[in-house]
Design a protein around this ligand. Structure first.
Ligand code: ADP
Length: 480
């Protein structure tokens, strides 16, 4: 069976979040199961430079405002999988964030940039661009690829099955109605039953309406997005398509996230021997200018600093955490008010709070290895990957009971401790009081070395590799 994945970013070439990790790890996991898997990517500078052996396959265009569009075929360096890259210099050769210009606002032609991605996917599906390879399934990821199923559905001769995965419904790919004329789609699709969304166009909605099957990245988030609280106005559409929707948990790329082999940390370690973790903690404290003290619980954040991630809740709870004698290390970028809040806290408590504003992949590994607790107090969280990395690294996740966090972390309650099923800390309500209570619970458990070790061991032996998830995706493809 031939599967074409369509995504806007891929680790380590272009990454703004978990989508890139999934795009890098899921296709190889499917290939290992014997599926003939390829990926289609936009020719952003990092992708053009990072995909190996890129050769022109066919020259297309002009299309979507670009005079020159060349479809190239190469190989991903890590997995060796074939990758199609759309080389459209006018649309994609722009440095920095793939979606935002230097002014921090969306590129004004994002509708054309990502329509092209979906449009090329549909033409590959039709066998028009690569005579040697036609997919049976096109698997599109997030709004950037949302038009792929719409273009495929528009071609009555095409029987290609389509799967659309929602990685984060908050980003709906919204554009003004007058952009519709640029999309090469018939007028009849511009209705509330099609792409129209309250007087705008939504690429996310296109994916939801025109794909044969829908998935999202955890079973709990699959249920949540059918409710007004988490549906971003699309809960009605999702409710109508309920029979087509399922949740499949993301996995961890264990070649990248493994404390036993991690090249970004000075001392590797395993579940049997965690001595290396202690020295990673002292290293991290030293690197961040925190007081070096193995006994102090070190809490960490590796995240976008946004209200989605509950970072305002954490700032509100911080005085109580510091009152416990704990330390906090933050790695992230995001909303300026939150960045400033963490900077202020670090300035006021230089020995116990450290903030690194920025995106740093290697440092994120040192955080994961050096911390005792990883904080993910999200308001909503489709899957969340950092809590899965933390589990593998013996860093106990402290999470809100929402989305994929609820599916992957078991609270260290007396009952769960007694049954040896606890893997971290979980709180319910999205307020700083609930978070504070949970922080106190974590500090109390930290003082009980044996109990801590038990929870750590349980977490480190959880299997969140891609094997299971890939098997679920394969079953889904075969059902089509
Ligand atoms: P989201 O996609 O909503 O941002 P996820 O938890 O699914 O959240 O994925 C975030 C990914 O980005 C993880 O791989 C995480 O390690 C990484 N990440 C987030 N912020 C940073 C940062 N400042 N530096 C390095 N990696 C980061």
């Amino acid at each position: 069976m031939r599967i074409l994945h369509v995504a806007a970013e891929i680790y380590p070439l272009v990454k703004t979040g978990g989508l890139a990790d999934v795009a890098a790890a899921l296709p190889p996991a499917l290939a290992e199961r014997g599926l003939d898997t390829r990926i289609l990517l936009p020719g952003l500078p990092g992708i053009l430079h990072g995909v190996a052996d890129l050769k022109p396959l066919i020259r297309i265009g002009p299309a979507f405002g670009a005079a020159i569009v060349t479809l190239r075929l190469g190989r991903l360096r890590d997995s060796g999988l074939p990758a199609y890259v759309i080389d459209a210099p006018f649309l994609y050769r722009r440095d920095g964030n793939p979606y935002l210009g230097p002014d921090g606002h969306d590129w004004g032609d994002n509708h054309r940039r990502f329509a092209l991605l979906g449009w090329i996917a549909a033409h590959i599906a039709a066998g028009e661009l690569d005579p040697d390879w036609e997919p049976d399934v096109v698997h599109a990821h997030d709004w950037h690829a949302g038009l792929a199923p719409a273009y495929i559905a528009q071609n009555p001769g095409l029987s290609t099955a389509t799967v659309f995965t929602i990685h984060n419904l908050a980003f709906r790919g919204l554009f003004p109605l007058d952009c519709y004329a640029d999309l090469c789609l018939p007028g009849r699709k511009l209705t509330p039953r099609g792409l129209e969304f309250h007087g705008q166009i939504s690429f996310m909605k296109a994916g939801l309406v025109y794909s044969k099957r829908l998935t999202t990245v955890s079973p709990t988030y699959a249920r949540e997005i059918c409710t007004p609280e988490f549906g971003w106005g699309l809960e009605g559409v999702l409710g109508d398509r309920g029979a087509a929707l399922s949740g499949i948990l993301n996995g961890v790329d264990t070649t990248v996230w493994n404390p036993g082999t991690d090249r970004d940390i000075d001392r590797t370690y395993t579940v049997e021997n965690t001595a290396g973790k202690k020295s990673c903690k002292l290293d991290l404290q030293a690197e961040l200018g925190l007081k070096q003290d193995a006994k102090v619980p070190l809490f960490a954040v590796v995240s976008r600093l946004t209200s989605q991630k509950g970072m305002d809740l954490l700032l509100a709870a911080l005085p109580e955490l510091l009152g416990e004698g704990a330390q906090l290390a933050v790695l992230g970028t995001g909303e300026s008010g939150l960045e400033a809040g963490f900077h202020q806290a670090a300035a006021a408590n230089p020995e116990s709070v450290a903030v690194h504003v920025g995106y740093d992949e290697a440092l994120s590994h040192r955080f994961m290895a050096g911390a005792d607790v990883l904080l993910v107090p999200s308001r909503f969280e489709p899957c969340g990957l950092t809590q899965l990395y933390a589990l593998r690294y013996g860093t106990l996740p402290l999470v809100r009971k929402v989305g994929g966090l609820a599916d992957t972390v078991a609270h260290a309650s007396p009952a769960n401790l007694a049954q040896d099923s606890a893997t971290g800390f979980v709180f319910n309500d999205a307020n700083s009081r609930a978070l504070t209570t949970c922080l106190h619970e974590a500090c109390a458990l930290y003082r009980d070395e044996n109990a801590w070790r038990q929870v750590q061991r349980k977490g480190m032996t959880q299997d969140f590799s891609w094997n299971d998830s890939a098997a679920h995706y394969e079953a889904l493809y075969r059902s089509l």
